[in-house]
Write a protein that binds this ligand. Sequence first.
Ligand code: ZN
Length: 300
Amino acid sequence: MQSPSVFHKLLLLLPLAYQHTSNDAEKHVTHWNYELHGENWGGTCSSGVRQSPLQLAVQKSLIVPLPRILFGNYDVKLRAPLTLENNGHSAHMDIPETLNGKRPFITGGLLNGRFIAEGFHFHWGSINQRGSEHSINKQRFDVEMHIVHRNARYSDLTEAVKHKDGVAVLGVMFKVVKSPNRFFPGINKVLSELPKITNYKQKATIPGSISLGQMLGDLNPRDFFTYRGSLTTPECEEAVTWTVFSHVLPISLSLVTKFWRLRDSEGHKLINNFRFTQPRNGRPVYYRTGKDLSGAYLGK
Ligand SMILES: [Zn+2]
């Protein structure tokens, strides 16, 4: 926490310097945390009009016939080493090229062109709170995974976040179940390494190999919400086309508790690392379903 007295001294003694710092702080939020779940973040995070996450609901969405999401090279093993890192805000993994030297990518949905997978990370809660960022039909879930992709027309993520069509994020929800009857080797391999990255900047190498698709378990990718929004961390750039799948994956409590033991750059518990939902401001949210009116799948 900042001391208000120091803040006010600066304000009184160094008015010019303070103004400069203030402008600087607006452009580059260097130090931020989840204490107020984003309510105190500056810049675009507070002035933006297309912010994320949102409350998603089938009844408040436009049900439209969109193409399904196509996954390129998601089934090919990723080139080692795969490194999970505690970046102070989440557990993050950069996505390298595959064994055939290509990059996993997505297209379809609302997306124009190819979006190359850059990395994934997670948002989680704590013993008494769920951690997902988006809600679906008024429900929040225990964990939300984000797979971040950048439009292939931009050279890197830094460049991509400057453009409206720069970034595509896939959101996948996880719900704790007592005894998951499905086992997802990819997700398990990655999350089993969490105890090695308890502290800020710690890294762990994932043993063996996984494909990016293995992080999706047995997800049904045919049903999803999609809309135009922002990154959910500073600078909250309004560069993101969101695709949030409505199918929820099961996860064991023992894996989720591993998230709760992480610590941030100040040594505080890294829990409840989700941003509060944001105003929709009249934006359309689209819902795609592979089901017909009777609820039967049409094979699409
Ligand atoms: Zn995220």
